[in-house]
Design a protein around this ligand. Structure first.
Ligand SMILES: Nc1nc2c(c(=O)[nH]1)N(C=O)[C@@H](CNc1ccc(C(=O)N[C@@H](CCC(=O)O)C(=O)O)cc1)CN2
Ligand SMILES: Nc1nc2c(ncn2[C@@H]2O[C@H](COP(=O)(O)OP(=O)(O)OP(=O)(O)O)[C@@H](O)[C@H]2O)c(=O)[nH]1
Ligand SMILES: [Mg+2]
Length: 335
């Protein structure tokens, strides 16, 4: 596909000032461009070349390191050139403009990775993990994304697909040769294999959910009867006076969200209206919102006033919560 692909260029480093700034180019046959930019030098592949980067008038725009990766041994699988210059916005803009002058066009967001994908350098799972790694909000999220980028997840999926194909072959053999004496499916324990596959798929799904939590954060909803201290807990966790706290039951009407970070993992704490029977229309709407928040949460912390314990009222609340919710923890208000 690279035959028809125009050369793309972009500033690879974050915008703003930095000690070093990198411009990346990917395309076909980039050696002439490297030679023009460096005033006639021929970079050796994968070797740092210290050189001036020349403007159209022959005057240096900057000096720095030029790196040349010859296709297909590069990130994108095409020829790649990197200009590592001084990381000021003006210098970077001038260098980028010079690259555009020499025939490159601006890369779209993600286009280098897209080309790596199209040239079979990365599969889709790996391409997605590039963004996950860059956006990782914790060490564990970064570690997971890197494992995936290095192909661990893809490898796992390929194994599952291979096993499924083997099973399909068994089924087809049974259909194609019904007169044979051997029952291929039975002989190969097709049922057992299918069950094992199902189990492994469940594990993959669970780890994907875990990945989503590391990436997007966990929704933790605080629920319980009025006055058990939900808003007080939110405020304590946030270290700020976010929600109104009074000793009047039914203080919180709307759900109140606040994001905190626990061990580098973003956690969205959602305070809710206390659950009870009420004739107050506004409070009823608030309680509907509490239930909705619970049904959307990853974890519900059910708060209980220890002076009351798990009485009929609390039990009714527990029973009214959706099935399948991770009801593993409940906290009690310290007295
Ligand atoms: N300067 C720089 N650093 C960077 C990147 C980059 O594009 N430029 N990357 C951008 O994301 C990441 C590194 N990704 C890369 C992936 C593959 C190849 C590469 O040359 N692959 C060849 C050779 C493989 C080998 O020698 O083992 C290939 O796949 O054929 C280079 C960078 C992070 N650091
Ligand atoms: N003794 C004691 N009182 C607390 C504790 N936490 C909160 N309170 C008090 O209990 C009362 C109710 O607290 P809130 O945080 O407003 O309770 P809530 O669960 O948000 O109540 P609603 O919004 O009405 O559902 C307030 O007077 C708090 O000061 C605690 O740990 N111990
Ligand atoms: Mg409250």
């Amino acid at each position: 596909m690279s035959a028809t692909q125009p050369t793309i260029a972009a500033i690879a480093t974050a915008p703003g000032r930095g000690g070093v700034g990198v411009i990346r180019l990917s395309g076909k046959n980039l050696l002439p461009l490297a030679q023009t930019l460096s005033g006639g030098k021929t970079p050796k592949p994968r070797t740092a070349l210290y050189t001036d980067f020349l403007g159209g008038d022959g005057q240096p725009i900057d000096n720095g390191i030029l790196l040349y990766f010859a296709a297909p041994a590069s990130f994108t699988g095409e020829d790649v050139i990197e200009l590592q210059g001084h990381g000021g916005p003006v210098v970077m803009d001038m260098l980028l403009s010079r690259c555009l002058e020499l025939g490159a066009r601006m890369a779209e967001p993600g286009e280098f990775t897209k080309r790596a994908f199209l040239n079979n350098k990365l599969d889709l799972a790996q391409a997605e993990s590039v963004a996950d790694l860059i956006d990782a909000s914790s060490k564990s999220a970064a570690r997971m994304a890197l494992r995936s980028l290095k192909g661990a997840f893809s490898q796992h999926i390929h194994e599952l697909v291979d096993d499924l194909i083997t099973l399909r072959m068994l089924v087809e053999a049974t259909l194609d040769f019904p007169e044979e004496d051997i029952d291929f499916l039975e002989a190969a324990d097709a049922r057992g294999k299918l069950q094992a596959l199902q189990g492994r798929l469940k594990t993959v799904l669970a780890s994907a959910e875990q990945g989503a939590i590391l990436r997007e954060g966990m929704n933790v909803v605080l629920v319980g009867a009025p006055n058990v201290g939900k808003s007080s807990l939110l405020n304590a966790l946030a270290g700020d006076d976010i929600a109104i706290v009074t000793d009047i039951a039914g203080t919180t009407r709307d759900t109140v969200r606040e994001q905190i970070t626990l061990d580098g993992v973003p956690v969205h704490i959602i305070d809710t209206a206390g659950l009870r029977e009420t004739d107050d229309v506004v409070e009823q709407i608030g309680i509907e919102r509490s239930r909705k928040a619970v049904s959307e949460a990853d974890v519900a912390l059910i708060l209980i006033d220890p002076r009351e314990g798990v009485n009929a009222k609390t039990q009714a609340i527990l029973n009214s919560l959706p099935e399948g919710l991770k009801k593993s923890k409940s906290t009690t208000k310290p007295t």
